[in-house]
Design a protein around this ligand. Structure first.
Ligand SMILES: Nc1ncnc2c1ncn2[C@@H]1O[C@H](COP(=O)(O)OP(=O)(O)OP(=O)(O)O)[C@@H](O)[C@H]1O
Length: 260
């Protein structure tokens, strides 16, 4: 759907960002940035350290308000949503933060059950059934009664993703999902993300530094440009690394690739 100005309607895609200005007092990070996240894709936010990746993610999930511009999630204007609308939007997305540790005093099943307890009035048995299914979907069948300290870092990340999936979100936001994992475990996590995206048709928005991972899983990405407070590029990783004419983008991708 396009309007009379040939600009895609902001209700067309799961996430639409229009003319976003974001930052903090004394520090503007992005100016006049627009992009869309398409249904079912794995969309990556890339950029140098301090370019504003995590801050952008926090804007997309409504934790921070833009200085100016608009963010639409499922066609709803996050920046103008009433508290009730905001709750509805929040219930349709799942979030796993970089530091999103599991609660150490709870079993995996209890951790995954938390969003269901908070946002639904399902009976306990039904909630437990949902939690078992979510843990199964991330490859943790049989670990329901384990405590976080009894499983590996990679399994903890999986459990955090299961918790983010508890409310059957149509969009999952992940901040640095493979931070602190060894390369092989990161590879496993990439495969899990790919499999969830393809089989459950969930849209992913992921902040990551891992170039190898991006080339493996990302359908499209944006690169934040700290120098110009803008997007240096947006497109598929392969297309950008092969055809982008901006030397900074090419060297950025190359440098990070070499650094991996
Ligand atoms: N709550 C906040 N208040 C003020 N400034 C902040 C806040 N959060 C982040 N910043 C600043 O915004 C800038 C971008 O931070 P952000 O964490 O979004 O970058 P990033 O690209 O995710 O970085 P990294 O890759 O190092 O994690 C930094 O200069 C940071 O100090």
């Amino acid at each position: 759907m396009v309007n009379s100005y040939n600009v895609p309607s902001p209700t067309e895609h799961p996430v639409c960002v229009r003319n976003l200005y974001m930052g903090f007092p004394g520090e503007t990070l992005l100016e006049n940035v627009s992009f869309d996240v398409y249904t079912g894709e794995i969309f990556v936010i890339l950029g140098g350290s301090g370019s504003g990746k995590s801050t952008l993610l926090k804007h997309l999930i409504g934790l921070y308000s833009p200085l100016d511009g608009e963010i639409f999630v499922h066609g709803r204007n996050l920046t103008r949503a009433t508290p009730t609308e905001k709750t509805q939007i929040m219930n349709s997305i799942g979030i796993s933060y970089q530091s999103g540790a599991l609660f150490g005093s709870m079993t995996l099943l209890e951790n995954v059950r938390l969003p269901l307890e908070e946002f639904t009035d399902m009976p306990l048995e039904a909630m437990n059934l949902v939690c078992r299914l979510k843990l199964f979907q991330v490859g943790l069948e049989g670990y329901e009664k384990h405590m976080p300290s009894e499983i590996s870092g990679g399994m903890q990340k999986r459990a955090a993703i299961a918790r983010a999936m508890a409310l059957d979100p149509s969009i999952l936001f992940l901040d640095e999902p493979s931070a602190g994992l060894d390369p092989l475990t990161s590879l496993d996590l990439d495969e899990l993300i790919l499999s969830i995206a393809r089989t459950l048709k969930i849209t992913f928005v992921i902040v990551t530094h891992e170039l190898d991972s991006i080339f493996k899983i990302a359908d499209r990405m944006i690169i934040l440009d700290k120098r110009n407070k803008n997007l240096a590029a947006q497109g598929s990783p392969l297309e950008l690394s092969r055809t982008h004419t901006d030397p900074w983008v090419r060297s950025f991708l190359k440098r990070e690739k070499i650094a991996q």
